[in-house]
Design a binder for this molecule. Structure first.
Ligand SMILES: [Zn+2]
Length: 98
């Protein structure tokens, strides 16, 4: 009888270990959903703090080198890098000074 009680306790604790994180996760998920629909967020949306389609950030030419700018070609992979770069942005190889 004692063995059966212990077995029942172990099964119960095992079930708890399985079920509790699931319930916690579901609770977190519900909480996040509720926060998403919060009236403050809703009011902010109505007042235009969020644009419906955020414009993609344009990469400036200083970040993305083109062939006309001063560039250094990687000896390893052939990628164009900005002239004063020390390491290749693609393969991270050391660039030789030109
Ligand atoms: Zn490279």
């Amino acid at each position: 009888m004692v063995g059966q009680l212990e077995l029942a306790l172990r099964v119960a604790s095992a079930l708890f270990v399985i079920v509790a994180p699931t319930l916690l996760f579901l609770g977190l998920w519900r909480g996040l959903e509720a926060m998403k629909d919060d009236e403050i967020i809703e009011r902010a949306r109505e007042e235009g703090y969020f644009t419906t389609s955020p414009a993609p950030k344009k990469i400036t030419s200083s970040v993305l080198p083109d062939a006309t700018a001063e560039t250094t070609t990687c000896d390893t992979c052939g990628t164009l890098n900005i002239d004063d770069a020390t390491y290749c942005q693609e393969c991270l190889g050391k660039l030789s000074d030109q």
